[in-house]
Design a binder for this molecule. Sequence first.
Ligand SMILES: C[S@@+](CC[C@H](N)C(=O)[O-])C[C@H]1O[C@@H](n2cnc3c(N)ncnc32)[C@H](O)[C@@H]1O
Length: 238
Amino acid sequence: MGSELFNQSGATVEDFFDNVSELYDQSIEKAIPPYREMFQAILGYCFLDAARPLSILELGCGTGNLSLYIQELFPQAELTLVDLSADMLEVASQKLKGDRSRITLLNQGFMALEFPPQSFDLIVSSMALHHLTDQEKPALYTRLFQWLKPNGLFRCGDETLALPTQAQERNLTQWESWSRQSGATNEDITMWSEHAEKYDHYAPLASHFEWLKQAGFTDVDCYWRKLMWTVFGARKAA
Ligand SMILES: C[S@@+](CC[C@H](N)C(=O)[O-])C[C@H]1O[C@@H](n2cnc3c(N)ncnc32)[C@H](O)[C@@H]1O
């Protein structure tokens, strides 16, 4: 998987993920060495009763790696999984376990989603919301707030922008050496760097906190951070 594939991968983020869907899992754990640790932080700070039939929305499920972990930790949950890329969703669909009647797959963009108010106990996302612009992110947070039930939680693992600029540059340098140690090749590094330049919009953690508070959330906090990878979240008060 490398820059050659990336060059064929089209003009939109949807094309990109459609074209890399079969190879995504091979590359992502090399590109993000603490990928699984990040998942543990996303779900490890929810403190929800796993015996309840929780209603959980995952935004940008990709190939379903976090979705499978949700199924493991919350086996009674009703899952709604959203992704813009039909091909990434198809890979997820093949991996998912359990009762299919409790899983809804939606091939939609985040900004086009519609749910009734108070639909979900938990909304999660991993490495997906940075594809929205900094105008779209606060607009989405306002809608997530509406879709959550009272006491509902939002948990997000994503890349955030370190401040000042030197800290971001240092994180990028350290990312490259850490991912090489994890087996990433020149092609992996080039592909993900070019992808980031073309499609990613990183915001500082402080901006996410501000947007979440403006949307009405409480208990806004950061639970884990390694280089640019950050797990943060918030609660809708009862
Ligand atoms: C880097 S992948 C992360 C996938 C998965 N969550 C993981 O942790 O491996 C980003 C995913 O977000 C999806 N995505 C990006 N922008 C989106 C949007 N505006 N609406 C819905 N899905 C989007 C992509 O199609 C892709 O599957």
